[in-house]
Design a protein. Structure first.
Length: 147
């Protein structure tokens, strides 16, 4: 899907930039990572994958809130990020990959509940959050200086 389609279909909507909800999304990301780690310790690997994706989703969503964009489709978040911030394409691709993986974890009948994959998703979500936080802080600093 293209970015224009996301807006035309109402899957992305322009709103006022919202740093309060951007910060709340970052906090939700942190909470989901903490929950994923707890579930990993009790071998709930499917839940770890779902929570890890959810953490990445909320971290990425913080960028949209900051930019004044509300999402109504998980699919459109990576589309927006790639279009608006090409330097974050790798992160957008990771998010989209885990979006599909999470779909399989929830709806698939043959989803493999694997410790290695769960560990990888948890570590990826931690790295993803840190990179998003650095990006947002850097962008906020740039905007404050040019302001």
């Amino acid at each position: 899907m293209k970015l224009d389609e996301c807006f035309q279909k109402g899957l992305l909507k322009r709103i006022s930039p919202d740093m309060v909800n951007a910060d709340r999304s970052i906090k939700l990301s942190i909470e989901n990572i903490e929950d994923a780690a707890e579930n990993f310790s009790i071998h709930r690997y499917r839940v770890v994958v779902i929570l890890s994706y959810t953490a990445m989703f909320h971290a990425a969503r913080a960028i949209l809130f900051r930019d004044g964009i509300k999402e109504r489709s998980h699919e459109c978040i990576p589309v927006y990020i790639v279009e608006k911030y090409p330097e974050l394409e790798t992160l957008a691709n990771i998010l989209d990959s885990y979006r599909r993986f999470r779909h399989d974890a929830i709806y698939g009948l043959d989803f493999a509940k694997d410790e290695k994959e769960a560990r990888a998703s948890l570590e990826t979500s931690k790295e993803f959050l840190e990179k998003i936080k650095i990006f947002i802080d850097k962008e906020n600093d740039i905007n404050a200086k040019t302001g």
